[in-house]
Design a protein around this ligand. Structure first.
Ligand SMILES: *Cc1c(COP(=O)(O)O)cnc(C)c1O
Length: 385
């Protein structure tokens, strides 16, 4: 094992040695979670992590409490009830579904199952940060495909294929922009990728999308077994705290992942709550309608004030600021934080000069619009002064 002498010393005063991680793991940085409180504000408005402001379905909460009565039991390692519920609601086969400790874990399992160190993983620019970290830690070479139009771009990905490409990761809608790849472009991507290259199509925000030219990809694995769709209960279903997601894949992909999935990766409370949540289609529709209504209201309001807000179909929106001067993302974030409003931290892996803000409750959204109106006005004053 590689060891390295450090300047620090043990309590006994002897020089200590640091244990050095594998090459692929060195230099990785821990995930930067959205801030959850502001000093001096008892009830801050947390809009930094795309959580559902409406919380989970009451049925999910009831199922969670019910699960408390059986905490001494191991969960169902086969995840049968939840797989069946997801299959039923989405018109899929149970054998296509695997649930994970968040969709994030499923991306890790897919990387471990398919990527050999030294192979290439093409990550679309605004794909999920953790997927990229998992691929790096596996020893893969990350090739970034730019998103010139602020969404995953088939040609940018296809032109980066090489003999070493083993996996492609993209999110649609993406994060932190919120735009989506059009159906025909997704079809062109899938058609142009060799059949042994695994495509992870991350649909964390698919539940929010209405656009008729959006494809949630769930039917793709039937014709193209190399396509895997990951989904989550963390966003629209309001269960981020329980850590539960799922993937839809060809049975051969399921067979590759199952042996390396820890048998109890999804806990009993999460399985029960997610099952109730997915079956409560009325509640999900209500959450989706709240989001659609507020996303368009906020976008319109901010654009009319003079903000540059690229199109989003997810549960968040991105705002672009100047690189220098008074009207920067840093200044805007500071202005919002003073009012107890928490946007996604600037520089947490997203595009420079932007803020990402989650759609919240009515009064939260109105507070954001009002604060940003004031911020814009204060910048205009400074400019003329
Ligand atoms: C929030 C998010 C997820 C969800 O991850 P979980 O592990 O299921 O909570 C996945 N992908 C993207 C792009 C996200 O923004």
């Amino acid at each position: 094992m590689a060891v390295r002498k450090t300047a620090s010393s043990t309590p006994a005063g002897e020089p200590s040695v640091a244990i050095v991680a594998r090459q692929a793991v060195r230099g990785l940085t821990p995930y930067a979670q959205g801030k959850s409180s502001v000093e001096g504000h008892f009830e801050s408005i947390k809009l930094s992590s795309n959580e559902s402001p409406l919380g989970p379905s009451p049925d999910a909460i009831a199922a969670y409490h019910e699960a408390a009565k059986r905490l001494f039991r191991y969960p169902d390692g086969g995840q049968k009830a939840l797989r069946k519920a997801i299959a039923e609601i989405h018109g899929l086969g149970s054998a296509q579904i695997v649930c994970g400790n968040g969709s994030e874990e499923l991306q890790l399992l897919l990387v471990r199952a398919f990527v050999t160190p030294g192979e290439e993983v093409i990550c679309s620019e605004h794909s999920f940060a953790m997927g990229r970290t998992h691929a790096k830690s596996q020893g893969a070479t990350i090739i970034t495909a730019p998103e010139a139009q602020m969404r995953a771009d088939a040609d940018a990905i296809l032109s980066r294929l090489s003999k070493k490409t083993r996996m492609i990761m993209l999110a649609s809608p993406n994060n932190p922009v919120g735009d989506y790849m059009r159906r025909d472009e997704l079809a062109r991507l899938v058609a142009g990728v060799p059949k042994d290259v695994v495509i992870i199509y991350d649909g964390a925000y698919a539940d929010y999308v209405d656009a008729s030219d959006y494809d949630d990809g769930l039917l793709l694995p039937r014709q193209s077994p190399n396509v895997v769709v990951t989904r989550t209960f963390s966003k629209l279903y309001g269960l981020a705290g329980l850590r539960i997601g799922w993937m839809c894949a060809d049975p051969s992909v399921v067979a590759a992942v199952e042996p390396i999935r820890t048998p109890f990766n999804t806990n009993a409370a999460a399985l029960a709550a997610a099952e109730a949540a997915v079956l409560d289609v009325g509640y999900a529709a209500m959450v989706k309608a709240h989001n659609s209504k507020w996303l368009s209201k906020i976008t319109e309001a901010l654009r009319s004030i003079g903000y540059d807000v690229p199109p989003s179909v997810a549960n968040f929106y991105l705002i672009r600021f100047d690189a220098t001067g008074a009207f920067t993302a840093e200044a805007a974030a500071e202005f919002l934080l003073k009012r107890g409003i928490i946007p996604r931290p600037v520089g947490a892996g997203g595009p420079a000069g932007c803020l990402r803000i989650t759609v919240g409750l009515e009064h939260e959204n109105e507070a954001v619009i009002e604060a940003l109106r004031e911020f814009r006005a204060s910048c205009a004053r400074n400019r003329t002064a």
